[in-house]
Design a binder for this molecule. Structure first.
Ligand SMILES: [Mg+2]
Length: 103
């Protein structure tokens, strides 16, 4: 997947624009587009086709940002899941929406 994404970028000579700041901004903008799909609606009324499309945009920019730093995406996700598991022990966090420092 990453190789395909790099090829797409390189065939268009867009690497020159893909600095970490602009990738982060693009990710945030796409996240806002995702939010817009839900704006002023009940969650179940949001168009799933648009949710899927905007979520794909968010993920593609997230992957490109991780790739920019040379990070292994499954590894960084695993590290974060592990940290979250420490912050939110299941026995304390179960059925709670509290932040970790309030558990
Ligand atoms: Mg979009």
């Amino acid at each position: 997947m990453l190789q395909q994404l790099r090829q797409f970028r390189d065939e268009r000579d867009w690497a020159q624009f893909h600095n970490s700041k602009d990738l982060a901004l693009a990710l945030s903008i796409e996240a806002s587009e995702l939010n817009e799909v839900f704006l002023w609606k009940k969650a179940e009324d949001a168009d799933p086709v648009r949710v899927r499309e905007e979520l794909a945009d968010v993920l593609l920019y997230a992957f490109q940002l991780a790739d920019k730093y040379g990070w292994d995406i499954p590894q960084l996700m695993q590290e974060k899941i592990d940290r979250n598991a420490e912050k939110y022990p299941a026995d304390k966090a179960r059925s709670s929406s509290a932040k970790y420092d309030k558990l």
